[in-house]
Design a protein around this ligand. Structure first.
Ligand code: G3H
Length: 525
């Protein structure tokens, strides 16, 4: 195998600690092996990357107790700390994180098969996200460095933490999406328990020490193991205040349902989607095709924002299918570090078989594979099949494929895709391709009520991260963006006092003495 020296796996990683109560605690119990579906040898075989602890309920509750103790009924060092000091801790963390770029990028490639450019982008985007979060929180703090007075009541209003947050991220963005939950949760003064996703676990090892030495003990707890074994007991206990999860709605529902106090539990969820592209007959075909290629195939379709069904107007379907299929076949498959590799190995060993099932079902019900390479299978990949004509009784229409298979449908009446979207359980985004504003205007006005982002003549995506990322129905709960995430992980809380001489004297003294971290009009410069 021709693997560049710097990307070769020369030794495995033994992750034999977990972070709890500020300590990287040694684990001597059961472990699980972490494999990459990428082969290091010319005869195919999975590559062993290392081992991780298989923790159980006892360790999960130990992490929960640690987070609860760090919150300490609202008296903890972290939730009561001055904003400026919490920001300093986060700055310390991100400075250390930046030094681990190479190690993390390499592991992103091996663990989840993301290509080099996208792995680098995932790392850099996350670092930028942390800096933007710091900047936004600083501004939020400046804006609340004041009192208000209404109807004879003085008020000092800020955003305060919610309590203990359980954070679960997805395998397709094991760094970025997980940190886009964890970082705002931490900086707002919450204490956290974080369990990495099923893939993309070892890439956190280089960052454990930074988490340990940047924040007070118990603020960040990192545990390993199966969701069912570690996340469920934590939820069942009832002391978690926020479930922050990016993944699928079945796991979110299962975890919510075991929490005994449904009103206590806040939720920040980014769930599955089935984002459609609607290609109108006057669309710029070159543009629509290249955006649909990016939308359906980048990271092999393993993105919640991926285009998962294409609706193309019947007047242009033939031309679209021909050119689109050729472009799909021209995409290069290769290992993540290979120049120009757009399609890369799938991290889930059983994914090719699942995609094959979707293809077989569609073929049985009348669709055809219209590209030459569609469905070609190797040990760790199945080449994207473009399926046409797809109908609503097919599994590939109903299920979120989250992988390389592309269903295409044609329409002549725009009500068809609109009805399908209204009927769908999902409501994240749509891509709309066309030029005539008389057609576009009413469509836009409808689509914004069915999803939360209408991408005009471009594929769907989450970024830029300052924009709201959310969805309707089973696609999301709460809104994420640099700013919105800070709001989602906090609540407005304030000190109110009647405007009279004795109260005002107390307030003045509180401010002048700087004895309170909450009642403070200090302005962060
Ligand atoms: O998995 C879903 C991600 O939020 C998608 O983000 O659009 O930046 O790939 P992206």
């Amino acid at each position: 195998m021709n693997i560049p020296e710097k990307y070769q796996i020369k030794e495995t990683i033994t992750q034999n600690t977990y972070l709890v109560n500020g300590e990287l605690k040694k684990w001597t119990g059961q472990t699980s092996e972490v494999y990459s579906t990428i082969s290091s040898t010319s005869t195919y075989q999975k590559t062993l990357l290392g081992t991780i602890p298989t923790l159980g309920e006892t360790e999960a509750l130990e992490a929960l107790n640690s987070a609860v103790a760090a919150y300490d009924k609202g008296q903890g060092l972290w939730p009561t700390m001055k904003v400026v000091d919490r920001i300093a801790c986060m700055e310390k963390f991100v400075e250390q994180m930046k030094t681990k770029r190479e190690e993390v990028v390499k592991l992103l490639m091996w663990e989840i098969g993301k290509n080099l450019a996208d792995s680098e982008k995932e790392f850099d985007r996350t670092v930028e996200y942390i800096y933007d979060t710091i900047e936004d929180y600083t501004q939020m703090d400046r804006d609340s460095a004041k009192f208000e007075k209404h109807d004879g009541v003085n008020a000092h209003i800020r955003r305060g933490p919610l309590g203990v947050v359980l954070c679960l991220g997805p395998y397709n963005y094991p760094l970025n999406e997980t940190f886009a939950l964890l970082i705002p949760a931490i900086i707002m003064g919450n204490t956290t328990i974080f369990k990495p996703a099923k893939f993309g676990v070892l890439l956190l090892s280089p960052l454990l020490e930074a988490f340990q030495n940047s924040f007070p003990k118990g603020v960040v707890n990192i545990i390993y193991g199966r969701g069912r074994t570690v996340a469920s007991p934590i939820m069942k206990d009832g002391r978690v205040d926020v479930l922050a999860l990016i993944g699928n709605s079945a796991s979110a529902n299962a975890l919510q349902s075991v929490h005994p106090k449904s009103n206590r539990l806040r939720m920040v969820l980014g769930l599955e989607a089935k984002n459609p592209a609607i290609v109108l007959k006057d669309a710029d075909l070159d543009l629509a095709i290249s955006e649909c290629i990016a939308g359906t195939t980048s990271f092999n379709g393993q993105r919640c924002t991926a285009l998962k069904v294409l609706y193309v107007h019947s007047a242009i379907i033939e031309e679209f299918n021909k050119r689109f299929s050729e472009k799909v076949d021209a995409l290069k498959f290769g290992n993540p570090w290979e120049e120009g590799a757009k399609l890369t190995p799938l991290p889930e060993p059983d994914k090719p078989a699942y995609i094959q099932e979707l293809i077989d079902d569609a073929l049985e019900k009348g669709a055809k594979i219209i590209n030459k390479k569609g469905g070609e299978t190797t040990e760790n990949y199945i080449f994207p099949a473009v399926l046409y004509p797809v109908s609503k009784d097919m599994r590939v229409y109903k299920e979120e494929q989250f992988g390389p298979v592309i269903p295409v449908m044609s329409f002549s009446d725009i009500e068809q895709p609109l009805d399908d979207m209204a009927e769908s359980n999902y409501g994240q985004q749509v891509s709309l391709f066309g030029k005539d504003i008389k057609t576009l205007a009413p469509l836009i006005d409808t689509l914004v009520n069915l999803v939360c982002r209408v991408n005009l003549n471009s594929s769907c995506q989450r970024g830029p991260d300052v924009y709201p990322f959310t969805g309707r129905k089973d696609s999301a709960v709460a809104t994420l963006s640099v700013h919105d995430a800070l709001r989602s992980f906090s609540i407005r809380t304030f000190v109110a006092s009647k405007d009279n001489e004795s109260n005002n004297a107390i307030l003045t003294e509180l401010l002048q003495s700087r004895a309170s971290n909450f009642v403070s009009t200090d302005y962060i410069l």
